[in-house]
Design a protein around this ligand. Structure first.
Ligand code: 3PG
Length: 310
């Protein structure tokens, strides 16, 4: 029986990526199934029942999905963050989970600058704004996206600093930017702070009022990482306490938070309608094709690199 691979994406890949993903899998002799833009979990549960591997994006792969996927060996998250996969539930059923780190980093980094310019120019309302040149940028977490941001920031003439408890100072310095010793120092010294950490036990709810109110006048926080890293109640308190603070994100906060933002802070908060940092044709191709190649490597050559639930 030939292997069957499901591409299950609530947020579909660009056609150019989807076609090439299918080509790679078919060339290896696999059948390809597609579930895009589904609205009910039941559709996902039905689609996974007879597949050996699947490619997903931010789609939630919980215990119920794993249990419904009777033949599943491998799930590949086409992207960086894999907090949407229950890795332990997968491991318990001998299912490997992988990600494709770095493949969509440039797309996210470019969006950060799009949002920074938009906020610096008062959401394009026609009133005099400010420029990025000469301003300070704090990169909170220096992984693949953080590095891509640092590279672009040089072209804008910004002073760039980074904080990452898991990356040593020498590595950060090698990227031509200044490491700072504490997270507080990063916020204190940055006109803009951009978040690029995964959602983990340590990071969830870690960005709140204390850090935000350390920022200089007109400080702007950019969140293209994860909704969960923000303490939303404290974000609102910080926006209340400091009428100059601003926030831009491509991840919609909780509905109650959105309601307060719309009522009180609409002029200095920007939220894209959908999570779109990685939503470019190029990033879809990079991450999607990497995922397809990893599946082929896994089945044909026993390649285990990028497993995230060992
Ligand atoms: C990632 O973790 O790679 C990004 O958040 C992209 O998520 P997406 O595939 O849902 O756009």
């Amino acid at each position: 029986m030939s292997r069957r691979v499901l591409i299950a994406t609530d947020k579909p890949f660009a056609k150019v990526a989807r076609d090439q993903i299918a080509d790679i899998l078919k060339a290896a002799g696999y059948e390809v199934a597609l579930l895009e833009g589904y609205t009910e979990k039941a559709q996902l549960l039905a689609a996974v029942s007879d597949v050996d591997a699947m490619i997903i994006r931010s789609d939630k792969i919980d215990r119920e999905v794993i249990d419904a996927a009777k033949r599943l060996s491998l799930v590949v998250r086409a992207g960086a963050g894999y907090d949407n996969i229950d890795g332990a539930a997968a491991r318990a059923k001998n299912v490997d989970a992988m990600n494709t780190p770095g493949q969509n980093a440039n797309a996210v980094a470019e969006l950060v600058f799009g949002m920074m310019v938009y906020m610096a120019r008062n959401k394009f309302n026609g009133k005099p704004g400010t420029e990025l040149r000469g301003k300070s940028l704090g990169i909170h977490a220096y992984g693949a996206v953080g590095r891509a941001v640092a590279e672009i920031a040089r072209g804008f003439g910004m002073t760039v600093r980074a904080f990452d408890p898991y990356v040593d100072g020498a590595t950060i310095r090698a990227g031509g930017i200044e490491p700072v010793a504490t997270v507080e120092e990063l916020y204190r010294r940055s006109d803009y702070v951009t978040l690029h950490m995964p959602a983990t036990k340590e990071t969830k709810g870690s960005i709140g009022q204390k850090l935000l109110t350390l920022m200089p006048k007109r400080g702007t926080l950019l969140n293209t990482a994860r909704k969960e890293v923000i303490n939303e109640a404290e974000l609102l308190k910080a926006l209340e306490e400091r009428a100059d603070l601003r926030y831009a994100t491509d991840i919609e906060p909780e509905a109650a938070t959105v309601a307060v933002i719309k009522e009180k802070f609409a002029d200095r908060v920007y939220m894209t309608p959908k999570k779109m940092g990685a939503q470019t044709e190029e990033a879809n191709v990079n991450a999607g094709l990497a995922a397809a190649r990893q599946i082929v490597g896994y089945f044909e050559r026993n390649e285990k690199k990028f497993i995230v639930n060992p």
